[in-house]
Design a protein around this ligand. Structure first.
Ligand SMILES: [Zn+2]
Length: 288
């Protein structure tokens, strides 16, 4: 198709489209309306927990930053022990024709470590399962479920965060997100019953463990919201650490964040998290 737009305008459009894609505006729910909020006593609310074991499962490095970095900052501030488990190495998300998968995996790892540090999580608490970007559904599900169940038995989380496997949003969703959401959920059962992966007990003395409290991010049926106003700047640092996923770095990689992009993303996040209405929020579907 003939491009009749002036190049400057075309470039700006591409930048905005990329930012919108990054923020999930083409299907992925960063922030849906709160439906039937669950009533939880203040002392039992997850954002008030202290010294607990928390596990986060994310398809790619950045999904947890976009959807729940504020909550992570609050949990870290409260002295909780947070483990971030990342299914893929995100080594295919570049439009730069000179980029290689190996180099991109290294870039994505460094960006994720920076993002986690911005919310108070050291890189030693990041667990890379190492699957190739876009290939998670082609991995052996039984092996993958075992990987996750093993980590659950090891870290025995009081609370788990994971993408929502619910029906509405998966109509759009891409392979790694579908698979990560389903596998995390399937691993809850596998971690609870020792005969699913008996070698965990026999070889490593890992006792079975029952996950009791789960918060799903990217939910279209959120019933729980967390006020992240006090840590919103940390959330933005985490989100903006993923430089390679925004233009102009997406098309021609540069490690420097473009100030215009930073401003546009911050403005969009401010809207998405409803900061313009008084306080910044992150929303989840809570189940127990
Ligand atoms: Zn993702």
């Amino acid at each position: 198709m003939k491009n009749s737009m002036p190049s400057g305008t075309a470039k700006l459009m591409l930048t905005l489209v990329s930012i919108l894609c990054s923020l999930g505006m083409f299907g992925q729910p960063i922030m849906s309306d709160l439906l039937n909020p669950v009533q939880v006593k203040a002392e039992e609310r997850v954002e008030n927990m202290k010294g607990k074991s928390i596990m986060v499962f994310t398809p790619h490095p950045d999904d947890e930053a976009f959807s729940m970095a504020g909550t992570l900052a609050l949990l870290a501030r409260n002295g909780n022990h947070i483990q971030v488990v990342i299914y893929t190495n995100d080594n295919r998300g570049s439009l730069d024709l000179t980029m290689t998968r190996e180099r991109l995996a290294e870039i994505r790892r460094a960006e994720e470590e920076k993002a986690c540090l911005a919310v108070g999580i050291p890189k030693s608490n990041i667990h890379w399962l190492g699957y190739e970007d876009g290939d998670l559904e082609y991995a052996d599900p039984k092996v993958l479920r075992g990987d996750v169940a093993r980590l659950i038995k090891k870290y025995r989380p009081d609370v788990v965060f994971s993408p929502d496997p619910g029906s509405a949003w998966v109509q759009w969703h891409k392979t790694d997100h579908r698979m990560a959401a389903n596998i995390t959920n399937d691993a809850f059962i596998a971690a609870e019953w020792h005969l699913y992966y008996p070698q965990h007990l026999l070889d490593e003395q890992l006792q079975p463990f029952k996950v009791k409290e789960v918060y799903f991010f990217y939910s279209q049926q959120p019933n729980y919201e967390i006020d992240i106003t006090s840590v919103f700047d940390q959330k933005m640092k985490a989100a903006l650490a993923h430089v390679s996923q925004y233009e102009p770095s997406l098309s021609k990689y540069t490690p420097a964040l473009d100030p215009k992009t930073a401003e546009a993303v911050t403005t969009r996040f401010t809207q998405l998290h409803l900061c313009n209405q008084g306080k910044c929020l992150e929303r989840f579907r809570r189940v127990e």
